[in-house]
Design a protein around this ligand. Structure first.
Ligand SMILES: Nc1ncnc2c1ncn2[C@@H]1O[C@H](COP(=O)(O)OP(=O)(O)OP(=O)(O)O)[C@@H](O)[C@H]1O
Ligand SMILES: [Mg+2]
Length: 294
């Protein structure tokens, strides 16, 4: 490990389905690997979309040992027994179709919310991996509690329309309750699936402006998603010349196809895709422990 690296685990989570949590997890893991780090992705969502989206349907459906065996202890399985090499420069601890049962088992287990931390993240972070990126489900349960307790850092994807509401719900139901016990850091609020103009009153603008003009939130928005209040004012006053900013992770057919059709990270699907720079910034945010405003 290079001396400048501060090992870190981070979870992609928000209490809202289909907003890009898994997409963010996989492409951030890929971008961290691209920057020369040893990276593990952990799929902690029983729906297994991050696992199947990387082509590991077989592990998800039929593996006889899985992350549940690691977390339930008794040395039923070690992380090394269930981790796979994705072939894309990072490793994956896959989800399994039976993970839903794990919620019940963890509820009955001693210290059921600190097991991912104890059995996976603590032994592997720094020694084996520089960064661990975890994909969480869109509900608050024992499994997602494990993910957040193990990482203590979050990446939060938000989409136009319901993004800010979803964030507020996540704050109330997931972040604040955990903050009673541990420091939980939001590394980045990531506007995703942005496609419309921001010089008109669109839901896309509402999300970007809502994030960028709210104190405490604006500093969590990556540079690729940030539009300053002054820029909005100049646009509205008709004083903006030149192309309008196109903030956020954009709605992008390559992102969709990489995930659904090809089952590979975006960088494998199209190495020329112009969104890759945004994932590189997300990797830098994970390295640094927060956004550095340009
Ligand atoms: N920026 C984008 N452009 C195009 N498609 C996207 C984008 N972000 C996500 N998608 C697609 O939207 C779908 C949902 O994304 P993803 O599975 O990452 O969301 P999720 O929050 O993990 O959902 P779930 O709650 O079901 O686990 C996927 O098919 C994904 O490929
Ligand atoms: Mg998902």
């Amino acid at each position: 490990m290079a001396p400048s690296i501060e090992p870190r685990a981070v979870t992609s989570a928000v209490l809202k389905g289909g907003v890009g949590k898994s997409m963010l997890t996989t492409n951030t893991a890929r971008a961290l690997a691209d920057r020369g780090h040893r990276v593990l992705e952990i799929d902690m969502d029983p729906n297994g979309h991050a696992t199947t989206g990387l082509g590991f349907e077989n592990e998800y459906q039929t593996a006889d040992q899985h992350i549940g065996d690691v977390m339930l202890g008794d040395r039923a399985a070690d992380p090394e027994d269930v981790i796979v090499d994705t072939g894309y420069g990072f490793d994956l601890l896959p989800a399994h179709r039976t993970l839903e049962n794990l919620n019940v088992e963890l509820a009955n287990a001693d210290f059921g919310t600190v097991r991912l931390r104890r059995f996976v993240v603590e032994p592997l972070l720094e020694t084996t991996y520089d960064y661990i990126v975890i994909d969480a489900a869109n509900e608050r349960n024992k499994i997602s509690d494990n993910a957040l307790t193990a990482s203590l850092n979050m990446l939060i994807p938000l989409t136009p329309g319901s993004g800010l509401r979803g964030f507020r719900r996540t704050m109330e139901r997931q972040i604040k309750p955990l903050r009673e016990f541990r420091d939980l850091e939001i590394l980045a609020l990531v506007p995703n699936r942005i496609k419309r103009r921001i010089d008109h009153r669109t839901t896309d603008r509402e999300l970007i402006e809502g994030l960028c003009t709210t104190e405490n939130l604006s500093k969590k928005v990556p540079n690729f998603g940030y539009v300053s209040p002054e820029t909005f004012e100049r646009i509205d006053a008709g004083e903006w010349d030149g192309p309008f900013p196109k903030p956020g992770l954009r709605e992008d057919t390559d992102i969709e196809r990489a995930n659904k059709d090809a089952e590979v990270p975006l960088a494998e699907y199209n190495p020329e895709n112009d969104q890759l720079g945004s994932f590189d910034e997300l990797a830098a945010i994970v390295e640094h422990g927060g956004v550095v405003r340009e």
